[in-house]
Design a protein around this ligand. Sequence first.
Ligand code: FAD
Length: 449
Amino acid sequence: MTHALWLRGDLRLADHAGFAKLAKLVESSVAFFNLDPGLRRSLTPHKREYLMAALADLDVQLEGRLTLFALDPATQLPALLASRGITTVYTHTSVGPGIRRRLNATSKALQDFGIVVEPLDTPYLLPPGTLSTKDSTPNSNNLGYRVYTPFFRAWRPLALATRPIETPSSLRLQCLARNFEPKAEVGRGGESIAHADLARFVNDRRSRYPTERDLPSRQSTSGLSAHLHFGTLHPRTIIASIGPDDEKFLSELAWRDFYADVLYRNPDAVDNELDIRFRSIQWRQAGDNPDLLGAWQLGRTGYPIVDAGMRELRATHLMHNRVRMITASFLVKDLHFDWRIGARYFEEQLLDGDLASNRMNWQWVAGTGTDAAPYFRVFNPTLQSKKFDPDGSYIRRWIPELASLSSDKIHAPSDHLDPTTLGYVTPIVNHRVERLDALARYANAKDNL
Ligand code: FAD
Protein backbone atom coordinates (compact mmCIF):
# COMPACT_ATOMS: atom_id res chain seq x y z
CA MET A 1 0.00 0.00 0.00
CA THR A 2 1.59 3.30 -1.12
CA HIS A 3 -1.25 5.78 -1.66
CA ALA A 4 -3.44 7.67 0.79
CA LEU A 5 -6.26 10.17 0.41
CA TRP A 6 -6.27 12.88 3.07
CA LEU A 7 -9.85 14.08 3.47
CA ARG A 8 -10.36 17.60 4.82
CA GLY A 9 -13.15 19.86 3.54
CA ASP A 10 -14.30 17.26 0.99
CA LEU A 11 -16.31 14.77 3.03
CA ARG A 12 -18.10 12.94 0.24
CA LEU A 13 -17.76 10.00 -2.09
CA ALA A 14 -19.56 11.41 -5.16
CA ASP A 15 -17.84 13.74 -7.60
CA HIS A 16 -14.51 13.38 -5.79
CA ALA A 17 -11.22 13.51 -7.70
CA GLY A 18 -9.33 11.76 -4.87
CA PHE A 19 -11.62 8.73 -4.61
CA ALA A 20 -11.68 8.49 -8.44
CA LYS A 21 -7.88 8.38 -8.35
CA LEU A 22 -7.78 5.66 -5.66
CA ALA A 23 -10.29 3.58 -7.68
CA LYS A 24 -7.79 3.35 -10.53
CA LEU A 25 -5.05 1.84 -8.35
CA VAL A 26 -4.46 -1.89 -8.47
CA GLU A 27 -3.22 -2.06 -4.88
CA SER A 28 -5.24 -1.18 -1.83
CA SER A 29 -5.07 2.33 -0.35
CA VAL A 30 -6.24 4.35 2.63
CA ALA A 31 -8.68 7.28 3.02
CA PHE A 32 -8.13 9.18 6.25
CA PHE A 33 -9.43 12.18 8.17
CA ASN A 34 -7.25 13.71 10.87
CA LEU A 35 -8.91 15.56 13.75
CA ASP A 36 -5.76 17.43 14.66
CA PRO A 37 -5.50 19.28 17.98
CA GLY A 38 -5.75 22.75 16.34
CA LEU A 39 -8.92 21.78 14.49
CA ARG A 40 -10.40 20.19 17.59
CA ARG A 41 -9.87 23.43 19.55
CA SER A 42 -11.32 25.68 16.87
CA LEU A 43 -14.45 23.65 16.09
CA THR A 44 -17.66 25.22 17.38
CA PRO A 45 -20.20 22.73 18.79
CA HIS A 46 -22.54 22.98 15.79
CA LYS A 47 -19.70 22.55 13.31
CA ARG A 48 -18.39 19.60 15.30
CA GLU A 49 -21.83 18.02 15.18
CA TYR A 50 -22.02 18.47 11.39
CA LEU A 51 -18.49 17.12 10.98
CA MET A 52 -19.16 14.00 13.04
CA ALA A 53 -22.38 13.30 11.14
CA ALA A 54 -20.58 13.77 7.81
CA LEU A 55 -17.78 11.41 8.83
CA ALA A 56 -20.30 8.83 10.01
CA ASP A 57 -22.20 9.08 6.71
CA LEU A 58 -19.03 8.70 4.66
CA ASP A 59 -17.88 5.78 6.79
CA VAL A 60 -21.15 3.95 6.12
CA GLN A 61 -20.66 4.48 2.39
CA LEU A 62 -17.09 3.17 2.68
CA GLU A 63 -18.37 0.11 4.57
CA GLY A 64 -16.59 1.03 7.80
CA ARG A 65 -13.18 1.48 6.19
CA LEU A 66 -12.63 5.19 6.86
CA THR A 67 -9.42 5.77 8.82
CA LEU A 68 -9.86 8.32 11.62
CA PHE A 69 -6.75 9.80 13.22
CA ALA A 70 -6.46 12.38 16.00
CA LEU A 71 -2.75 13.10 15.58
CA ASP A 72 -0.46 16.09 15.52
CA PRO A 73 0.00 16.56 11.75
CA ALA A 74 3.61 17.69 11.86
CA THR A 75 5.05 15.37 14.50
CA GLN A 76 2.92 12.19 14.54
CA LEU A 77 1.22 11.80 11.17
CA PRO A 78 4.34 11.50 8.93
CA ALA A 79 5.96 8.71 10.96
CA LEU A 80 2.73 6.74 11.09
CA LEU A 81 2.05 6.99 7.34
CA ALA A 82 5.68 6.19 6.51
CA SER A 83 5.57 3.11 8.77
CA ARG A 84 2.68 1.81 6.62
CA GLY A 85 4.63 2.29 3.37
CA ILE A 86 2.69 5.36 2.16
CA THR A 87 4.67 7.42 -0.37
CA THR A 88 1.92 9.61 -1.92
CA VAL A 89 -0.82 11.57 -0.17
CA TYR A 90 -3.58 13.21 -2.23
CA THR A 91 -5.47 16.16 -0.85
CA HIS A 92 -7.33 19.19 -2.16
CA THR A 93 -6.23 22.83 -2.30
CA SER A 94 -7.57 25.31 0.28
CA VAL A 95 -7.74 29.10 0.06
CA GLY A 96 -7.59 30.42 3.66
CA PRO A 97 -4.09 31.66 4.53
CA GLY A 98 -4.02 29.88 7.91
CA ILE A 99 -5.01 26.52 6.42
CA ARG A 100 -2.52 26.97 3.59
CA ARG A 101 0.27 27.66 6.09
CA ARG A 102 -0.60 24.56 8.12
CA LEU A 103 -0.90 22.45 4.99
CA ASN A 104 2.53 23.61 3.79
CA ALA A 105 4.08 22.81 7.17
CA THR A 106 2.57 19.31 7.15
CA SER A 107 3.63 18.76 3.53
CA LYS A 108 7.23 19.62 4.47
CA ALA A 109 7.11 17.28 7.47
CA LEU A 110 5.75 14.49 5.23
CA GLN A 111 8.46 15.16 2.64
CA ASP A 112 11.09 14.59 5.31
CA PHE A 113 9.68 11.07 5.56
CA GLY A 114 9.78 10.61 1.78
CA ILE A 115 6.05 11.22 1.34
CA VAL A 116 4.89 13.44 -1.53
CA VAL A 117 1.70 15.51 -1.12
CA GLU A 118 -0.14 15.84 -4.41
CA PRO A 119 -2.94 18.44 -4.60
CA LEU A 120 -6.03 17.19 -6.41
CA ASP A 121 -9.05 19.37 -7.11
CA THR A 122 -10.50 22.31 -5.15
CA PRO A 123 -13.93 22.91 -3.54
CA TYR A 124 -14.74 25.38 -6.35
CA LEU A 125 -15.94 25.22 -9.94
CA LEU A 126 -12.73 26.85 -11.14
CA PRO A 127 -9.57 26.55 -9.07
CA PRO A 128 -8.85 29.90 -7.37
CA GLY A 129 -6.12 31.71 -9.29
CA THR A 130 -7.27 30.36 -12.68
CA LEU A 131 -8.83 33.45 -14.24
CA SER A 132 -6.65 36.43 -15.02
CA THR A 133 -7.60 39.85 -16.27
CA LYS A 134 -6.41 40.83 -19.74
CA ASP A 135 -5.36 44.31 -18.70
CA SER A 136 -2.75 43.15 -16.21
CA THR A 137 0.60 44.87 -16.32
CA PRO A 138 3.69 42.71 -17.01
CA ASN A 139 5.20 43.15 -13.55
CA SER A 140 2.00 42.69 -11.61
CA ASN A 141 1.89 39.54 -9.55
CA ASN A 142 -1.79 39.90 -8.83
CA LEU A 143 -3.70 39.43 -12.07
CA GLY A 144 -7.03 38.55 -10.52
CA TYR A 145 -10.36 40.21 -11.14
CA ARG A 146 -11.30 42.92 -8.67
CA VAL A 147 -14.81 43.38 -10.06
CA TYR A 148 -17.44 40.66 -10.00
CA THR A 149 -19.28 41.21 -13.34
CA PRO A 150 -16.28 40.70 -15.66
CA PHE A 151 -15.21 37.78 -13.46
CA PHE A 152 -18.67 36.24 -13.94
CA ARG A 153 -18.49 36.72 -17.72
CA ALA A 154 -15.14 34.94 -17.95
CA TRP A 155 -16.14 32.29 -15.36
CA ARG A 156 -19.58 31.36 -16.73
CA PRO A 157 -18.68 29.32 -19.86
CA LEU A 158 -15.87 27.49 -18.07
CA ALA A 159 -18.03 26.72 -15.02
CA LEU A 160 -20.89 25.44 -17.17
CA ALA A 161 -18.48 23.18 -19.02
CA THR A 162 -17.44 21.35 -15.84
CA ARG A 163 -18.79 17.82 -15.37
CA PRO A 164 -19.11 15.75 -12.19
CA ILE A 165 -16.38 13.17 -11.64
CA GLU A 166 -17.69 9.63 -11.80
CA THR A 167 -18.31 8.00 -8.41
CA PRO A 168 -16.26 4.78 -8.04
CA SER A 169 -18.31 1.59 -7.90
CA SER A 170 -15.74 -0.14 -5.72
CA LEU A 171 -12.65 0.80 -3.73
CA ARG A 172 -9.90 -1.33 -2.23
CA LEU A 173 -9.57 0.53 1.08
CA GLN A 174 -7.87 -0.50 4.29
CA CYS A 175 -8.75 1.06 7.62
CA LEU A 176 -5.53 1.84 9.51
CA ALA A 177 -6.82 3.13 12.81
CA ARG A 178 -9.68 4.72 14.70
CA ASN A 179 -8.51 7.32 17.24
CA PHE A 180 -12.12 8.47 17.65
CA GLU A 181 -15.58 7.36 16.56
CA PRO A 182 -17.90 9.62 14.55
CA LYS A 183 -21.42 9.99 15.94
CA ALA A 184 -23.91 8.53 13.52
CA GLU A 185 -27.04 9.60 15.37
CA VAL A 186 -26.68 13.39 15.00
CA GLY A 187 -28.63 15.15 12.26
CA ARG A 188 -28.05 17.97 9.76
CA GLY A 189 -24.72 16.88 8.34
CA GLY A 190 -23.42 14.57 5.67
CA GLU A 191 -23.51 13.67 2.01
CA SER A 192 -26.91 11.93 2.08
CA ILE A 193 -28.59 15.01 3.57
CA ALA A 194 -26.72 17.24 1.12
CA HIS A 195 -28.13 15.28 -1.83
CA ALA A 196 -31.63 15.33 -0.33
CA ASP A 197 -31.37 19.12 0.12
CA LEU A 198 -30.18 19.50 -3.46
CA ALA A 199 -33.16 17.46 -4.71
CA ARG A 200 -35.53 19.58 -2.57
CA PHE A 201 -34.11 22.74 -4.12
CA VAL A 202 -34.29 21.44 -7.69
CA ASN A 203 -37.83 20.06 -7.34
CA ASP A 204 -39.53 22.53 -4.99
CA ARG A 205 -37.69 25.83 -4.75
CA ARG A 206 -35.72 26.45 -7.91
CA SER A 207 -38.59 27.95 -9.93
CA ARG A 208 -39.33 30.44 -7.11
CA TYR A 209 -35.67 31.32 -6.54
CA PRO A 210 -35.33 34.26 -8.99
CA THR A 211 -38.34 36.13 -7.56
CA GLU A 212 -38.29 35.06 -3.90
CA ARG A 213 -34.64 34.62 -2.98
CA ASP A 214 -34.51 37.99 -1.24
CA LEU A 215 -37.54 37.36 0.99
CA PRO A 216 -36.45 35.83 4.29
CA SER A 217 -39.90 34.58 5.24
CA ARG A 218 -40.12 32.40 2.11
CA GLN A 219 -37.93 29.33 2.16
CA SER A 220 -36.86 29.70 -1.44
CA THR A 221 -33.09 29.55 -1.30
CA SER A 222 -31.16 26.31 -1.64
CA GLY A 223 -29.90 25.90 1.94
CA LEU A 224 -26.77 24.29 0.49
CA SER A 225 -24.09 26.57 1.96
CA ALA A 226 -23.07 24.32 4.87
CA HIS A 227 -22.82 21.31 2.54
CA LEU A 228 -20.59 23.33 0.23
CA HIS A 229 -18.50 24.43 3.19
CA PHE A 230 -17.87 20.89 4.46
CA GLY A 231 -17.55 19.54 0.92
CA THR A 232 -20.33 17.00 1.31
CA LEU A 233 -21.46 18.42 -2.03
CA HIS A 234 -19.27 19.73 -4.85
CA PRO A 235 -20.61 22.68 -6.88
CA ARG A 236 -20.04 20.61 -10.07
CA THR A 237 -22.79 18.28 -8.85
CA ILE A 238 -25.10 21.27 -8.36
CA ILE A 239 -24.36 22.70 -11.81
CA ALA A 240 -25.19 19.33 -13.36
CA SER A 241 -28.64 19.35 -11.78
CA ILE A 242 -29.73 22.88 -12.67
CA GLY A 243 -30.59 24.20 -16.12
CA PRO A 244 -29.69 27.10 -18.42
CA ASP A 245 -32.59 29.11 -16.98
CA ASP A 246 -31.09 29.19 -13.51
CA GLU A 247 -28.95 32.22 -14.24
CA LYS A 248 -29.61 33.94 -10.91
CA PHE A 249 -28.65 30.86 -8.93
CA LEU A 250 -25.57 30.34 -11.11
CA SER A 251 -24.52 33.90 -10.38
CA GLU A 252 -24.66 33.17 -6.62
CA LEU A 253 -22.37 30.17 -7.02
CA ALA A 254 -20.09 32.50 -8.96
CA TRP A 255 -19.88 34.86 -5.96
CA ARG A 256 -18.53 31.95 -3.94
CA ASP A 257 -15.83 31.26 -6.54
CA PHE A 258 -15.12 34.99 -6.92
CA TYR A 259 -14.49 35.54 -3.22
CA ALA A 260 -12.32 32.43 -3.00
CA ASP A 261 -10.26 33.76 -5.90
CA VAL A 262 -9.92 37.19 -4.26
CA LEU A 263 -8.81 35.73 -0.92
CA TYR A 264 -6.42 33.26 -2.57
CA ARG A 265 -4.66 36.14 -4.32
CA ASN A 266 -4.96 38.59 -1.41
CA PRO A 267 -4.46 36.56 1.78
CA ASP A 268 -4.10 39.77 3.84
CA ALA A 269 -7.75 40.57 3.10
CA VAL A 270 -8.76 38.23 5.93
CA ASP A 271 -7.91 41.00 8.36
CA ASN A 272 -7.24 44.12 6.29
CA GLU A 273 -9.42 46.39 4.21
CA LEU A 274 -8.77 45.64 0.55
CA ASP A 275 -9.43 49.28 -0.24
CA ILE A 276 -6.47 50.89 1.51
CA ARG A 277 -8.24 54.27 1.64
CA PHE A 278 -10.29 52.89 4.52
CA ARG A 279 -7.57 51.35 6.66
CA SER A 280 -7.58 54.34 8.99
CA ILE A 281 -11.30 54.39 9.79
CA GLN A 282 -11.90 54.93 13.49
CA TRP A 283 -14.03 51.88 14.29
CA ARG A 284 -15.40 51.08 17.70
CA GLN A 285 -13.66 48.13 19.37
CA ALA A 286 -15.47 45.53 21.48
CA GLY A 287 -14.42 47.08 24.82
CA ASP A 288 -15.56 50.59 23.77
CA ASN A 289 -19.22 49.79 24.30
CA PRO A 290 -19.92 46.17 25.30
CA ASP A 291 -23.61 46.95 25.89
CA LEU A 292 -24.20 48.03 22.29
CA LEU A 293 -22.30 45.04 20.96
CA GLY A 294 -24.19 42.68 23.27
CA ALA A 295 -27.54 44.13 22.16
CA TRP A 296 -26.63 43.39 18.52
CA GLN A 297 -25.43 39.86 19.32
CA LEU A 298 -28.53 39.01 21.35
CA GLY A 299 -31.06 40.58 18.99
CA ARG A 300 -32.12 43.42 21.30
CA THR A 301 -31.39 46.55 19.28
CA GLY A 302 -35.01 47.69 18.95
CA TYR A 303 -34.82 47.36 15.15
CA PRO A 304 -37.02 44.28 14.57
CA ILE A 305 -35.49 43.09 11.28
CA VAL A 306 -31.98 43.25 12.79
CA ASP A 307 -33.10 41.47 15.94
CA ALA A 308 -34.99 38.79 14.01
CA GLY A 309 -31.83 38.02 11.99
CA MET A 310 -29.55 37.88 15.03
CA ARG A 311 -32.01 35.60 16.85
CA GLU A 312 -32.28 33.34 13.80
CA LEU A 313 -28.48 33.12 13.79
CA ARG A 314 -28.24 32.07 17.44
CA ALA A 315 -31.11 29.60 17.14
CA THR A 316 -30.28 27.92 13.83
CA HIS A 317 -26.63 28.87 13.18
CA LEU A 318 -27.72 30.11 9.78
CA MET A 319 -29.23 33.38 8.56
CA HIS A 320 -30.89 34.44 5.34
CA ASN A 321 -28.55 36.34 2.98
CA ARG A 322 -30.61 39.55 2.84
CA VAL A 323 -30.73 39.67 6.64
CA ARG A 324 -26.98 38.97 6.87
CA MET A 325 -26.52 42.15 4.82
CA ILE A 326 -28.91 44.18 7.00
CA THR A 327 -27.48 43.00 10.36
CA ALA A 328 -23.88 43.43 9.21
CA SER A 329 -24.59 46.91 7.90
CA PHE A 330 -26.25 47.81 11.19
CA LEU A 331 -23.18 46.75 13.19
CA VAL A 332 -20.78 48.68 10.97
CA LYS A 333 -22.74 51.76 9.95
CA ASP A 334 -25.23 52.27 12.79
CA LEU A 335 -23.13 51.04 15.70
CA HIS A 336 -19.72 51.85 14.10
CA PHE A 337 -18.05 48.63 15.26
CA ASP A 338 -15.05 47.22 13.43
CA TRP A 339 -16.28 44.85 10.69
CA ARG A 340 -13.74 42.24 11.90
CA ILE A 341 -15.65 41.94 15.20
CA GLY A 342 -18.82 41.14 13.29
CA ALA A 343 -17.01 38.74 10.96
CA ARG A 344 -15.55 36.83 13.91
CA TYR A 345 -18.93 36.64 15.63
CA PHE A 346 -20.53 35.27 12.45
CA GLU A 347 -17.74 32.69 12.20
CA GLU A 348 -18.40 31.55 15.79
CA GLN A 349 -22.11 31.23 15.09
CA LEU A 350 -22.55 30.16 11.47
CA LEU A 351 -22.70 26.54 10.44
CA ASP A 352 -21.62 27.60 6.95
CA GLY A 353 -19.02 30.04 8.39
CA ASP A 354 -16.39 30.17 5.70
CA LEU A 355 -13.37 32.46 5.71
CA ALA A 356 -13.51 33.61 2.07
CA SER A 357 -17.29 34.07 1.81
CA ASN A 358 -17.65 35.60 5.24
CA ARG A 359 -14.73 38.03 5.28
CA MET A 360 -15.29 39.21 1.72
CA ASN A 361 -19.03 39.71 2.31
CA TRP A 362 -18.31 41.69 5.46
CA GLN A 363 -15.90 43.83 3.46
CA TRP A 364 -18.59 44.26 0.82
CA VAL A 365 -21.03 45.50 3.47
CA ALA A 366 -18.41 47.75 5.07
CA GLY A 367 -17.62 49.19 1.63
CA THR A 368 -13.94 48.31 1.98
CA GLY A 369 -13.62 45.24 -0.29
CA THR A 370 -13.45 44.47 -3.98
CA ASP A 371 -16.49 45.52 -5.88
CA ALA A 372 -17.98 46.70 -2.60
CA ALA A 373 -21.19 48.55 -1.94
CA PRO A 374 -20.19 52.23 -2.07
CA TYR A 375 -19.38 53.35 1.46
CA PHE A 376 -22.00 56.13 1.30
CA ARG A 377 -24.84 53.66 0.66
CA VAL A 378 -26.17 53.00 4.17
CA PHE A 379 -28.97 50.47 4.54
CA ASN A 380 -32.00 51.89 6.32
CA PRO A 381 -33.09 48.91 8.45
CA THR A 382 -36.74 49.98 8.58
CA LEU A 383 -37.05 50.48 4.81
CA GLN A 384 -35.23 47.18 4.18
CA SER A 385 -37.68 45.51 6.53
CA LYS A 386 -40.74 46.95 4.76
CA LYS A 387 -39.36 45.96 1.36
CA PHE A 388 -38.19 42.42 2.07
CA ASP A 389 -40.54 41.34 4.87
CA PRO A 390 -43.62 43.35 3.88
CA ASP A 391 -46.16 41.42 5.94
CA GLY A 392 -43.75 41.05 8.88
CA SER A 393 -43.98 37.26 9.00
CA TYR A 394 -40.20 36.77 9.30
CA ILE A 395 -40.13 39.21 12.23
CA ARG A 396 -43.07 37.48 13.90
CA ARG A 397 -41.32 34.10 13.59
CA TRP A 398 -38.24 35.27 15.49
CA ILE A 399 -39.63 37.97 17.80
CA PRO A 400 -42.68 36.51 19.50
CA GLU A 401 -43.05 39.70 21.61
CA LEU A 402 -44.13 41.49 18.42
CA ALA A 403 -46.39 38.74 17.07
CA SER A 404 -49.58 40.70 17.84
CA LEU A 405 -48.54 43.78 15.85
CA SER A 406 -50.05 44.48 12.43
CA SER A 407 -47.79 44.70 9.40
CA ASP A 408 -47.92 48.53 9.36
CA LYS A 409 -46.56 48.73 12.93
CA ILE A 410 -44.19 45.80 13.15
CA HIS A 411 -41.25 47.30 11.24
CA ALA A 412 -40.81 50.24 13.64
CA PRO A 413 -42.92 49.51 16.75
CA SER A 414 -41.58 52.45 18.75
CA ASP A 415 -43.17 54.87 16.23
CA HIS A 416 -46.57 53.60 17.36
CA LEU A 417 -46.35 52.48 21.00
CA ASP A 418 -43.99 51.86 23.89
CA PRO A 419 -42.36 48.55 22.88
CA THR A 420 -41.30 47.79 26.46
CA THR A 421 -44.96 47.13 27.28
CA LEU A 422 -44.68 44.13 24.94
CA GLY A 423 -41.43 42.95 26.51
CA TYR A 424 -39.46 44.30 23.54
CA VAL A 425 -36.90 47.15 23.56
CA THR A 426 -36.77 50.76 22.38
CA PRO A 427 -34.20 51.45 19.60
CA ILE A 428 -30.67 51.63 21.04
CA VAL A 429 -29.62 54.23 18.46
CA ASN A 430 -31.27 56.65 16.05
CA HIS A 431 -30.57 55.51 12.49
CA ARG A 432 -30.72 59.01 10.98
CA VAL A 433 -28.08 60.32 13.41
CA GLU A 434 -25.81 57.29 13.11
CA ARG A 435 -25.92 57.35 9.31
CA LEU A 436 -24.35 60.83 9.37
CA ASP A 437 -21.75 59.68 11.91
CA ALA A 438 -20.83 56.75 9.63
CA LEU A 439 -20.46 58.98 6.60
CA ALA A 440 -18.19 61.32 8.58
CA ARG A 441 -15.97 58.43 9.70
CA TYR A 442 -15.53 57.23 6.11
CA ALA A 443 -14.94 60.74 4.78
CA ASN A 444 -12.29 61.37 7.47
CA ALA A 445 -10.45 58.18 6.62
CA LYS A 446 -10.35 59.09 2.91
CA ASP A 447 -9.20 62.65 3.63
CA ASN A 448 -6.37 61.43 5.84
CA LEU A 449 -4.80 59.45 3.02
P1 FAD B 1 -28.48 30.36 -2.03
O1 FAD B 1 -29.11 31.69 -2.30
O2 FAD B 1 -29.26 29.16 -2.33
O3 FAD B 1 -27.11 30.37 -2.86
C1 FAD B 1 -26.48 29.17 -3.32
C2 FAD B 1 -25.04 29.18 -2.92
O4 FAD B 1 -24.35 30.27 -3.53
C3 FAD B 1 -24.83 29.36 -1.44
O5 FAD B 1 -24.99 28.13 -0.75
C4 FAD B 1 -23.40 29.91 -1.40
O6 FAD B 1 -22.46 28.88 -1.50
C5 FAD B 1 -23.33 30.76 -2.66
N1 FAD B 1 -23.61 32.16 -2.33
C6 FAD B 1 -24.81 32.79 -2.33
N2 FAD B 1 -24.64 34.10 -2.02
C7 FAD B 1 -23.32 34.29 -1.81
C8 FAD B 1 -22.52 35.42 -1.46
N3 FAD B 1 -23.05 36.65 -1.25
N4 FAD B 1 -21.20 35.25 -1.29
C9 FAD B 1 -20.62 34.03 -1.49
N5 FAD B 1 -21.32 32.92 -1.84
C10 FAD B 1 -22.65 33.06 -2.00
N6 FAD B 1 -21.87 32.38 2.82
C11 FAD B 1 -21.21 31.31 3.25
O7 FAD B 1 -21.29 30.25 2.62
N7 FAD B 1 -20.44 31.35 4.38
C12 FAD B 1 -20.32 32.48 5.12
O8 FAD B 1 -19.61 32.48 6.14
C13 FAD B 1 -21.03 33.64 4.70
N8 FAD B 1 -20.98 34.79 5.42
C14 FAD B 1 -21.67 35.89 4.98
C15 FAD B 1 -21.57 37.09 5.71
C16 FAD B 1 -22.27 38.22 5.29
C17 FAD B 1 -22.14 39.51 6.08
C18 FAD B 1 -23.07 38.16 4.14
C19 FAD B 1 -23.82 39.38 3.66
C20 FAD B 1 -23.17 36.98 3.40
C21 FAD B 1 -22.47 35.84 3.80
N9 FAD B 1 -22.53 34.63 3.07
C22 FAD B 1 -21.82 33.54 3.51
C23 FAD B 1 -23.24 34.56 1.78
C24 FAD B 1 -24.70 34.12 1.83
O9 FAD B 1 -25.40 34.84 2.79
C25 FAD B 1 -24.87 32.61 2.09
O10 FAD B 1 -24.05 31.87 1.22
C26 FAD B 1 -26.33 32.20 1.86
O11 FAD B 1 -27.19 32.91 2.71
C27 FAD B 1 -26.48 30.69 2.12
O12 FAD B 1 -27.82 30.29 1.93
P2 FAD B 1 -28.22 29.38 0.70
O13 FAD B 1 -27.29 28.23 0.55
O14 FAD B 1 -29.67 29.08 0.86
O15 FAD B 1 -27.97 30.40 -0.51
